[in-house]
Design a protein around this ligand. Structure first.
Ligand SMILES: Cc1ncc(COP(=O)(O)O)c(C=O)c1O
Length: 407
C-alpha cells in the first residue's frame, strides 16, 4: 500500500474563553479548591459557606415529593409549555395575590430563580445600557451582566442603616442608559429586609427614571422576626416589576431547579418587555417538567414545615448574633430573614486571606466579603447559619480562636 499524504497535526492551540467572562466570579465555589487541599490532608471542613438547607437537618416536605413522583409515573416527562404548566401558573397567580400583588400581567416558570435572573436581564439590556445591582450582591447578577457584556453599575447597601439600599447612591448612579434596578429582599448576603419606606422611595425613583424593578424575593417565607414580608410589587402596583420567587429555599428543594417570575405594573408599560421575555422562554423550550407539579401542592398545601424551619433558623440566628457581639474585631447587623449573617471584621489584611487561612488552619469555611462586594476599606465575611447549634458553636469557637491567635 502506498502511503497517503496526511495533513500534519498542528501543535495544540489553546481555545480561549470569551474575554467578557474575565469578571465572572463565584467566590463561594472558588473557595472549594482551598477546602479540597484541607480535605486531602485528612481534615473535615465545617461548611458555613453554601446556602443549601438539605446539607443540614432540613427535610423536603414529603407531599411535594409525592407530587413529583406521581407526575413522573403519570408520564409527565416530555417537554412542558414554555411558560409553565397551567396548574403551576394558576398557583403562582394565587401566591401573587397572597403577596398583595394586584396588577399581575404575566407569570412564568423557570429552571430555578437563576434562570429567571438570566432571562429577565437578557430580555432587558442593550449593549451600553446598564442595570443597578446592590453591593454586596448575590454574585449571579454580576455574572449574568458580565456574560451579556454589560458594564456593572453597583449601588451601595448601607451597613449603618441596617443594610438598606443607599438611595443617594442609587440616584447618583442612574443615567440615561440605566434600564432597571435589582432589589434582593430578604437579602443575600446580609439577611436584611427592605422597609416599606425604602420600597416606596425606590418605586418613586423607578417612576421618575422609567426603570423596571427586579425584586428577588426567593427567601420571602424565611422571615425570622415575625414581621410580614412586604413584596415590592404590592407597594408599587403601577411600577413595572418582575418578582422572582422559587422552591429552592422556602420549600427545601434547591436541586429541583424550580423558580418563577411574576410580571406586574402598568399593562402598557410592560407589554413589549413581557413579549421579549416570552420569546426567550420559548427559545429555551421549557423548565423542568415533572417538578412543576410540586408548585401547586407546595404553595396551596400545608405550610407546617415553615414553622419548624423558622424556629431552627431563629435559634441559629440568635446564637450567631450573640457570638458576633462578644467576639473581638467582629460586629454584625442582626439578620432578619434568610439564613445568612454578614459580619464586619476589623483586621489588618484582606478578608480573602482571612477566609483562606481560616479554612487551612481551623477547617471552617465562610465566604469573604470581597466575593460579594463591599465599600472600600471595609472587610466582611458571610456565614451560612444553617448548621445545628452544636456545629455552629464549634465553628464559632474555632473562628474566635483563629482571630485571637492571628491578630
Ligand atoms: C438571592 C438569590 N437569588 C437567587 C438564587 C438562586 O436560586 P435558585 O436555586 O432558585 O436558582 C439564590 C441562591 O442562593 C439567591 O440567594
Amino acid at each position: 500500500m502506498t502511503p497517503t499524504s496526511v495533513t500534519p497535526i498542528s501543535p495544540t492551540q489553546e481555545i480561549s474563553a470569551a474575554s467578557r467572562l474575565e469578571n465572572v466570579r463565584y467566590a463561594i465555589r472558588d473557595l472549594a479548591c482551598v477546602a479540597d487541599e484541607v480535605v486531602k490532608q485528612g481534615h473535615k471542613v465545617l461548611p458555613l459557606n453554601v446556602g443549601d438547607p438539605l446539607n443540614f437537618d432540613f427535610q423536603t416536605p414529603p407531599h411535594i415529593i409525592d407530587a413529583v413522583h406521581k407526575a413522573m409515573r403519570d408520564g409527565k416527562n416530555g417537554y412542558a409549555p414554555s411558560s409553565g404548566i397551567p396548574e403551576a401558573l394558576e398557583a403562582i397567580r394565587g401566591e401573587a395575590a397572597r403577596k398583595g400583588i394586584t396588577t399581575v400581567r404575566d407569570v412564568f416558570v423557570t429552571s430555578g430563580v437563576s434562570e429567571t435572573v438570566d432571562l429577565c436581564l437578557s430580555a432587558l439590556v442593550n449593549p451600553s445600557e446598564d442595570v443597578l445591582t446592590p453591593s454586596p450582591d448575590y454574585p449571579l447578577y454580576s455574572a449574568v451582566l458580565c456574560k451579556l457584556g454589560i458594564r456593572l453599575n453597583a449601588y451601595d447597601l448601607n451597613e449603618e442603616d441596617a443594610w438598606q439600599p443607599e438611595l443617594a447612591d442609587i440616584e447618583r448612579k442612574i443615567t440615561t442608559r440605566t434600564r432597571g434596578i435589582v432589589l434582593i429582599n430578604p437579602n443575600n448576603p446580609t439577611g436584611s429586609l427592605c422597609t416599606r419606606q425604602m420600597l416606596e422611595q425606590v418605586a418613586e425613583l423607578a417612576r421618575r427614571h422609567n426603570l423596571i424593578v427586579f425584586s428577588d424575593e426567593i427567601y420571602d417565607k424565611l422571615i425570622l422576626d415575625g414581621t410580614p414580608h412586604l413584596a415590592f410589587a404590592s407597594v408599587a402596583p403601577d411600577v413595572p416589576c418582575v418578582t422572582f420567587g422559587g422552591m429552592s429555599k422556602n420549600y427545601l428543594v434547591p436541586g429541583w431547579r424550580i423558580g418563577w417570575g411574576i410580571v406586574s405594573g402598568d399593562a402598557a408599560a410592560v407589554k413589549a418587555y413581557t413579549e421579549g421575555v416570552n420569546r426567550l422562554l420559548r427559545a429555551r423550550l421549557c423548565a423542568n417538567h415533572p417538578e412543576q407539579y410540586a408548585i401547586k401542592p407546595a404553595l396551596e398545601g400545608p405550610q407546617d414545615h415553615l414553622v419548624e424551619v423558622q424556629r431552627k433558623l431563629r435559634s441559629r440566628r440568635d446564637l450567631t448574633q450573640k457570638w458576633c457581639e462578644v467576639t473581638p474585631r467582629v460586629s454584625c447587623v442582626a439578620p432578619r430573614g434568610a439564613f445568612y449573617a454578614y459580619p464586619k471584621i476589623d483586621i489588618p489584611e484582606s478578608d480573602e486571606i482571612f477566609v483562606k487561612e481560616l479554612i487551612r488552619q481551623k477547617h471552617v469555611m465562610v465566604v469573604h466579603g470581597s466575593g460579594f462586594g463591599q465599600k472600600p476599606g471595609t472587610q466582611h465575611f458571610r456565614i451560612v447559619f444553617l448548621p445545628d447549634e452544636q456545629t455552629l458553636t464549634k465553628a464559632y469557637a474555632a473562628i474566635a480562636e483563629f482571630i485571637r491567635e492571628r491578630y
